[in-house]
Every structure is written in structure tokens, then in C-alpha cells.
Ligand binder design. Structure first.
Ligand code: ADP
Ligand code: MG
Length: 214
């Protein structure tokens, strides 16, 4: 079965006033880009998708993941991963600890050794071989971004949301990190939504681009 994220007939309201309407289907490996000025509702859209809409907002419509309506599930049962512009790593945990924290403790990762091996492999794949025991504060911005990416991917999400994920990285690092993130999204065949202000991000995503107005 092909994975997919569907936004069915969303009407999102703030203080009773319509903020945005959307009806979209994103299949696995595809990246939908959402652009729009500050205040147009980009973050609120992502909050609605994860089930974390603040008070003052209301919505009609449904979120479907892989042909299952998840609209009424709490955040942690939706299995939607989010990457933000800040890596948001725990500074008291090692790199491996940060990644392990988010990993499901199911059959495939039931013991510590299996989890550790999986983490070592994943780190090597993104150019961070041997960094398991380092602490996030001693990593560069680009390295932190890669650890955050792995933490999200190894949590085994069914879809991924990117909220301005590259905006704090400078040009070359931005291009490299973006390529890595998109590659991983395509390899894992995850449906993705990216919020960005940057037209080169939108082009690199190679998917549909929608513009929200104020
Ligand atoms: P964007 O991410 O596109 O900048 P947001 O989704 O953060 O936009 O915000 C959309 C609108 O909702 C803005 O007018 C913003 O001021 C308002 N807003 C944001 N958070 C809240 C909140 N907790 N309560 C009420 N209004 C909010
Ligand atoms: Mg925002």
C-alpha cells in the first residue's frame, strides 16, 4: 500500500474567523510546500495536523494517514514527525540518548543493543559516524540538524512536517542539509509538508506549492 497523508476539506478558524481552507493529498515520498506571509496560518496548519491547535482556534475537516482517520487521536498516537528550525535536542543527553528517546521500544528495537546498533548505522549514513556519545552542545549547527533529523526518522513517523527547518543554516549547509532531509523523505517514502519562506527550498522539494494569503 502506498502511504499517504490526506487533508480532507479543512476549514481552520481563528476567533471564529476563517484563516484558511485546504483539501490536499500527499503520497509517500512527495513534499507539499506551503508558503505565505507571517501570520497567514502556516504553523497553525501544522498544529492542526499534529492535534495541538491552541485555544482560540477551531477547525472542521479531517486528517487521514494511510487510509485511517486520525483526526480524533491524541498527538502521540498520530505518528506524525515534526522538524523545526531549532534542533531542540536535550543537552543533558548524548547524541545516542537523544535519538533513542524517540524510538519506539517495540519488537524491532526491544533491547538496548539493537537500538544502539541502529543508531550507529543511522549516524554513519549522515556523516556522523562515531558521534553517539557526544553531547549536542559540542556539535555544529549542521550536525545538530542531522541529529534532529535522525531522531525524527527513527521515531518511525508515518508522515513528516517541516516548519522552516533550514532557515537558521547558512547557504551551503542549507543546501546540503536540505538534500539529506529530502533524500531521507524519499527513501522512507514518507508524505511530507514543508513550510518555508525560501523559494529555493520550494524548488528543491519538486512538489506542489501552495500559497496562503493573509
Ligand atoms: P504563521 O506560522 O503563518 O506565521 P500562525 O499560524 O502562527 O502563522 O498564526 C496565524 C494567526 O493566528 C496569526 O494572526 C497569529 O497572530 C494568530 N495566533 C497565533 N497563535 C495564536 C494563539 N495561541 N491564539 C490566538 N491567535 C494566535
Ligand atoms: Mg509560523
Amino acid at each position: 500500500m502506498q502511504s499517504s497523508l490526506q487533508i480532507k476539506d479543512l476549514q481552520l478558524y481563528r476567533q471564529g474567523e476563517l484563516l484558511l481552507s485546504l483539501d490536499e493529498q500527499i503520497v509517500g515520498g512527495e513534499i507539499l510546500t506551503v508558503m505565505g506571509p507571517s501570520g497567514s496560518g502556516k504553523s497553525s496548519l501544522l498544529n492542526w495536523l499534529t492535534g495541538t491547535l491552541p485555544n482560540g482556534f477551531t477547525a472542521t475537516g479531517e486528517v487521514w494517514l494511510n487510509d485511517k482517520n486520525v483526526s480524533h487521536l491524541p498527538t502521540h498516537l498520530r505518528h506524525i514527525g515534526v522538524l523545526y528550525q531549532d534542533a531542540l535536542l536535550f543537552s543533558h543527553l548524548s547524541v545516542a540518548g537523544n535519538i533513542a528517546f524517540a524510538m519506539p521500544k517495540g519488537s524491532k528495537n526491544s533491547n538496548k543493543k539493537q537500538r544502539r546498533e541502529k543508531i550507529e548505522q543511522a549516524l554513519a549514513q549522515v556523516g556522523l559516524a562515531g558521534m553517539e556519545d557526544r553531547h549536542p552542545d559540542n556539535l555544529s549547527g549542521g550536525q545538530q540538524a542531522r541529529v534532529a533529523l535522525l531522531r525524527t526518522l527513527l521515531s518511525e513517523p508515518k508522515a513528516i512536517l517541516l516548519d522552516e527547518p533550514f532557515s537558521k543554516l547558512d547557504t551551503q549547509l542549507r543546501v546540503d542539509t536540505r538534500q539529506l532531509v529530502f533524500e531521507q523523505i524519499r527513501t522512507h517514502k514518507l508524505p511530507a509538508i514543508m513550510v518555508t519562506h525560501d523559494h529555493s527550498d520550494a524548488e528543491a522539494a519538486k512538489g506542489k506549492v501552495i500559497h496562503l494569503d493573509l
